[in-house]
Ligand binder design. Structure first.
Ligand code: ATR
Length: 275
């Protein structure tokens, strides 16, 4: 029987997940569909029950449901529990189980830049995205992680949970040259917002600047970092790899990520290359 998958969120119309997964279904000869479903917060429980009854084989969860979905699920794995957020749901008989592929998706993208495992890493931000990435960096064998954030208390809390070091933003700005990899996870950096989450004047040329934002494909943070002589990595890879890990959990097949990064980059209207 034809299988079907979904992504639920509010808003949802701009999601690139249906394009990505349907392309991978086609490439791998699978008879399956992937449907965007607009679900408002007040309808989440009913939508969840509908997905269950109507036989979805799995689905992605995006904003604002990543936490609210948890009590509805049959269970969640350790990764989702540590992050207190779910982005991928897999059917198990008559229930659904949750996991989270965002952090590992980022780390897989980072690995394409061939970083040394003893790289000194600065993570900017202490919200949900930073949380997932800091746990995944540890799982990926990156031990030297420092967290800085506008609200220092949140950096301290996240650092103590993940065995990382907190640093005040002013000190991180001053000592930016000490880091090999700088990862920007805050919501600063979206198209209209020219502000930077951290001043880059002390960055070391040749270090790697990574942004989790993929639309725009080149954020003000990455533009500025490139001007300072940094290598750069945008958020397209993270988006594609979080989807690829979900796809493999659903189908057992590893999809073609390299080609998808190109396709998504083209869809976003650019020819940006990570370098
Ligand atoms: P997400 O789940 O996308 O990470 P979040 O949990 O709301 O979202 O976290 C947003 C992150 O962006 C936080 O680190 C936030 O800093 P605070 O903890 O100080 O709020 C950061 N952030 C948002 N707007 C910012 C701004 N204008 N300057 C610096 N950091 C900002």
């Amino acid at each position: 029987m034809k299988k079907w998958y979904a992504v639920i969120g509010d808003p949802i119309s701009h999601s690139l997940s249906p394009f990505m997964h349907e392309t991978w279904f086609r490439e791998n000869g699978l008879d399956a569909s992937f449907i965007p479903v607009h679900v408002e917060p007040s309808d989440l429980k009913q939508a969840y029950e509908a997905l269950l009854i109507l036989g979805a084989s799995g689905f992605n969860v995006t904003l604002p449901h990543k936490q609210a979905i948890i009590p509805l699920l049959g269970g969640i794995d350790d990764t989702a529990a540590a992050m207190d957020a779910v982005n991928t749901v897999v059917r198990s008989g008559k229930s659904f189980n949750g996991t989270n592929t965002d952090g590992d998706g980022f780390v897989k993208s980072l690995l394409t830049m061939k970083p040394a495992s003893d790289s000194r890493i600065l993570l900017i931000g202490a919200g949900g995205a930073a949380r997932g990435i800091s746990f995944a960096l540890k799982r990926g064998g990156f031990e030297d992680v420092t967290i800085t954030n506008r609200t220092y208390r949140r950096a301290e809390e996240l650092a103590s949970e993940t065995g990382s070091k907190p640093m005040m933003k002013a000190e991180a700005e001053h000592r930016l040259g000490d880091f090999d990899i700088i990862i920007q996870t805050t919501s600063v950096g979206l198209a209209e917002d020219e502000a930077l989450p951290i001043g880059l004047q002390n960055v070391r040329p040749g270090s790697l600047a990574a942004d989790i934002v993929y639309n725009p494909i080149e954020t003000p943070f990455l533009k500025r970092a490139e001007e300072e002589g940094c290598r750069t990595l945008n958020g397209v890879g993270m988006f594609v790899y979080q989807g690829a890990i979900a796809f493999e959990k659903w189908t057992g097949i590893k999809p073609d990520t390299e080609k998808m990064i190109q396709l998504i980059t083209e869809k976003l209207g650019g020819n940006y290359v990570n370098r």
